[in-house]
Structures are given as C-alpha cells and as structure tokens.
Design a protein around this ligand. Sequence first.
Ligand code: NAD
Ligand code: ZN
Length: 684
Amino acid sequence: MTPAHDSSAAAGRAAELRALLARAQHEYYVLDRPSLSDAEYDKLFRELQAIERDHPELRDADSPTARVGADVGDSHLAKHTHLVPMASLDNAFDEAELQEWDQRLRRLVGDAVDKDGYCCELKIDGAAVSLTYVNGELKIGATRGNGRVGEDVTANLRTIADVPRRLEGKDWPETIEIRGEVYMEFDGFERMNRERAAAGAPVFANPRNSAAGALRQKDPRETAKKPLRFLGYAFAVPGNPSLPFTTQWELLESLASWGIPTPPHRRHCPTLDAVHAWAREIENTIRPELPFAIDGGVVKVNRLTLQTELGVVGGRIPRWAVARKFAPDIAETKLLDIEVQVGRTGALTPRAVLAPVEVGGATITYATLHNFDLVAEKDLRIGDVVQVKRAGEVIPQILGPVPERRDGSERSVQVPTHCPVCGSAAVRDEEEVASYCPNLACSGRRLEALAHFTSRAGMDIRGLSYQRLEQLIAAGLVNDAADIYGITVEQLVPTKAGGGVPGFQAKSASALVEAIDASKQQPLSRLLNALGIRHVGAESAKLLARAFGTMDALQGASAEQIEALHGVGATMAASVREWFDAPAMQDLVTRLEAAGLRMDEPQAAVAGGVFAGKKIVLTGTLPTLSRPQATELIENAGGKVTSSVSKATDLVVAGDEAGSKLDKAKELGVEVIDEAELLRRLGR
Ligand SMILES: NC(=O)c1ccc[n+]([C@@H]2O[C@H](COP(=O)([O-])OP(=O)(O)OC[C@H]3O[C@@H](n4cnc5c(N)ncnc54)[C@H](O)[C@@H]3O)[C@@H](O)[C@H]2O)c1
Ligand SMILES: [Zn+2]
C-alpha cells in the first residue's frame, strides 16, 4: 500500500506529511473548518505511520501520529487539565484489521478475553468532552484538547439538555470524569445551516464541525441556540478505586442509571465473529436510519480488569479498544449543474448533477434538492465542492457546500421563470415554497403523474412500473390515466409486424390487464389521491372521500363547502375547485367513470370497525406490514393512528427496535400488542 522509501526520500516525505497533517489537525480541531475529507486525512495519516514504522530513526514525539487532538495553547477559552488523560483510538478499516487487533491483544492476555467478550458501541462523530462531577454535581466540562489539557466549556455544556446538572441515583464515585461525545443530529444541523445562510453567515460543512464549533463558542448564549446533543460512553475515576461492576457493558448501564444518555444499538458480543456481524449490521442497516452521523463502531474488551492490564500505548492509544471504521456514507464531489425537473403536480424542482463519486458502496451522479429555496438556503453554487450523503436506498442528499474550497469561479443558481418542458410561465406557490408549471396538461408532468396514479398509494396497479409506463407512452398507448383502462392484451403482445410493447408475453400482458381491471374497485379516496391534485395527499383524499361520499358530490361542491371540512384549508379547497373546473380534468373524470371505475367511498365498515374510535400508535419495525399498510388496516377498522403515546392512547402496536414510545406506553400502562395480535383482532 505504501511506496517503499529509501531513507532520505522517506525523511523528505515524512516531513511533507507532518506539515500536511499538522495543518489538517489545526483546521479540524482548532478552527472546526477542515479542508481535507476524513478519508483523505486518514490516508495521509496511515502513510506517515507506515514510514515511521519502517524507519524507526524518523520517529518523533512531536509527529502528528504521536499526538492526541491538538494543543489548546492559543485558545480564547480557559484551560482545564483532565484528572485522567483522554485517549484517541486506533483504527481497523476492515475485518482483517480487526482480527489483527484481536490477535495483538491475545498475545498479551491470552484467552482471558473470551470470558466476557467484547462490548460494541456506535462511534459517534462529534467532539469528545469530559464532564467532571463532584458529589454528583456537574462542576467542570472540558474538550479533549491534546488529551491532557483541554478547554473549559462548562458554561456551554450546561446549555445542553442531554447533559445532567446532577447525576441521578447515588452509587457514583465522589469525583468522576464522564467521557462522551457532543454531536448534532442531521435535522438540527440542516435547520441551523439554513438559518445561518439566511442571515448571511458562513454555513458549516458537516454536523461534526458544527458541533465542535458550537461547543467552543465564547458566549454560552450562542451555544444555547445550537441543537447540540450528548451521549456518554466512558468514565475515569482518579486513583482507580474499585468499582461495583466488572465490565464495560455494566459500566454503560451504570452511566444510564445515573441519567447519562448512552449510545443506542450497542451489543455484548461473546466472540469476534459476533463483533463482525454486529459491525455489518450497523453499517448496512442501522447507519442509514440513524438521525446522527457515526464514522464506525468502537469495539472494547468488555472486562474492565483486562482493560487496565492492556493499558494505553504512548499515552495515546488504548490497546483494549479499537475504532472499526466504515466506508464513509458522506463524500465530497463537485456540483456540476442544477437541472430543472417537472414533478407530477407541476412543481419545478432542482436536481443536482454531480461529478460521479463513490459513497456508501454506490456511484452517485445525481442528488435531490427538494426546492429552489433550499438551494438558496444552503448557499449552493454551481462549481462548488459539496458534501453528499447516501443513506441506504434513499436518493442521495446534499448536506452543503464546502465554502473553503471555493475559488471564485462558482456561479449562483437562478430560479426558473418558465417550465422547461412546455414553456409556460412558472407560478410561485408561497405555501409550498415552490414554483410550478400551471399547465395541467403539461407533458412534462405525464410520466411522474402516471407513476403516481398507478403506485401503491394510488390505484395500486401491480406490474405498471416506471419503465413500463415509459414504454407504454413511447408506444403511443397511454397519454393520460384514463388511457390505462383501455389497454388490451392484443395491444401489448409484440407481433411480427412490429406492433406491441417489447418485453410482454401473452401471460404477462393478461396479468397486467387483470391488475388494471382489479384496480377499478379502488375506493374514491385512493382515486382522489392517485389523481395528484395539488395539495391533496393520501390523508386529505380520505377526508374528502369520507365527507362527500361520491365523485359527483365532490365535483359539485363549492370551495366554501370543501373548506368547511375540518382539516381542509383554503389553499386545498381552491386547488380542488381549480382542478375540477379545468375542462381537461372534467373530461378525464368522465372517461374514468365510463371505463367503469368505482367512484364512491365505502362508509359502513369504518363506523362499525373493531377499532372504532380508538387511538393507536405504531412503533418499531413490524415483521410483515409496512407503516402505511398497518395504518390503512387500522383506519379501515375505524381506528385512528397517532404519532405519540399519551394517556389518551388506547393501544400500542410494537415491532422490532421499538424505542421510547414503547417505554412510554409501559410507563403509562397502555396496552401493547404485536403485529400477529393486531392481525388477529382485525380478523385476518
Ligand atoms: N479532515 C481532517 O482534516 C481531519 C483532521 C484531523 C482528524 N480528523 C478525523 O479525526 C480522526 C482522528 O481523530 P481522533 O484522534 O479524535 O480519533 P477518532 O475520532 O478516530 O477516535 C477517538 C474518538 O472517538 C470518539 N468516540 C465516539 N464514540 C465513542 C465510543 N463509543 N467510545 C469511545 N470513543 C468514542 C471519542 O471522541 C474519541 O476521542 C481521523 O481519523 C479523522 O477521521 C480529520
Ligand atoms: Zn409545463
């Protein structure tokens, strides 16, 4: 991996790397404005480590590889000397490196590790702090600094709700330094950056740097405005007195019992294989869903006496713990252009075109931007280096620009004045912070609108995927929703004469025609949602369908009558009216009715359903039902699905990884059932 160096070349490269790394550390730890990505930094760091390993004569106590963090000598904050130094962590970038770490420690302590195994925790990507509690009271909070001396940020830490002023319980040592991470959730970070951009202040590149910056403010009132969070994962007690527990796992449980929030998704793993499995699960399934950034997991020898025995190398790196780093799910790349797309309701939305970049195991060339206000709020300019985040299967998102990388050639982005497809003058919709194409018959909307029409939340026509719809449009078979109901098997199956649609066979064609036919029975609420009327989503479609009962009644209602419904505003009422008033849409409704679609809402089932009048909360992942499916089943049985648990809640349906809602339900004595019981009560 590292090029072989002869001694003088090695010395030259080492000096070069030290200068680069020292600058990067200063930018990262002191200025909170890195100009390298973490991956670039880690690569240079490892190169220097390799040179120093191969050339012992070049080792130097001042090398960036021998330091923890950065000195705080010229900080504007008061200094604080930690009672017990704060360490860094060694990295394992894959399973083989984790295995090597395990073998190293086994050479020292043998199989003693097997007795209590490993404690695996999320590695929260924030800023490390130490909280000193004396007699249970928070006395001092400090940053890690260079590991020995940090900055006193007590007043700032007191503004963070997660940091208790007083420890709960009583079995804590008299003086204790609790270690943890101050971090920012993605939501809070984006909100804060939007506000900064609006106020003309420079935006932060990522949640880690914003958290570190916010923590180190001179004025605690500034810190208080930032959405900072805290998680604790370790503590140190001066003098190493004996503790009432023996493992890292119990240590975390004690922290939690003292009121310190601790990292979720931790696991006690008896073997290294179990550790590998945990890391894979975190990287592939947990990380994409987490509300905050992690850069890996931390694997710790569970038994505390073994931790002490293994000790710390060079005052910097504990032998008993290692950071199992993941491939980054955030990457930097260039924003090449911003394209305008026409959505199904005519909304003109920006789409970022990126220089291809590999992130989270896939190559990314596009990212969503939601609306043009967001582009302005994030202060994105064409030509910017941007940070992109890819979470699982969702469309990649742009976290923000890296303003340090600007060279002045970047161009700001213009809000479109016309629809790029039909040329209509764009109309601004204040409520939706979007511009849109007002032409209801705009062909730019067609594909998206049809895909929405046939989707699961709409008419739910199996087999009419996006690609299929594109083909049907191209074959001239479908121009609008009503055309779908005229499709025949003969039109679909390719003929020698060149007719039909590629890929269809007699069997798949009749399956599709059957699915189309079956969808005619969907209730009015589904149809209304499927039609994609601006401002009418699945919920409002249900409201309208239940209130008016039939398409005719709704079509004949005045804006005032529609607005009189509870839960419908003037904007939605006007939009519904406008839609039904457009001759093209009247024609569409007539043709859909002629095609035999059911145009009313079944009412009876709802009032007499098994859950009539019940408030029900869903939490966790259910084994077979998706959230929308479970919600629909409950609503069809007369129940109402609400988002938070309170005394008014009648029932909680809990699945895997159910979190605080389940705790709350238990606390309030609300009945909790699982999916199987839900289905049983529904008679399914
Ligand atoms: N981009 C740059 O220019 C630049 C510069 C310097 C450092 N860095 C980044 O910082 C890293 C090195 O920093 P470091 O020395 O702080 O090491 P580290 O971040 O790799 O690991 C040590 C830190 O992990 C944190 N941590 C989070 N969760 C933890 C848990 N559950 N248990 C224990 N510790 C936990 C602690 O704060 C601890 O100090 C580099 O690998 C790089 O990613 C980047
Ligand atoms: Zn248009």
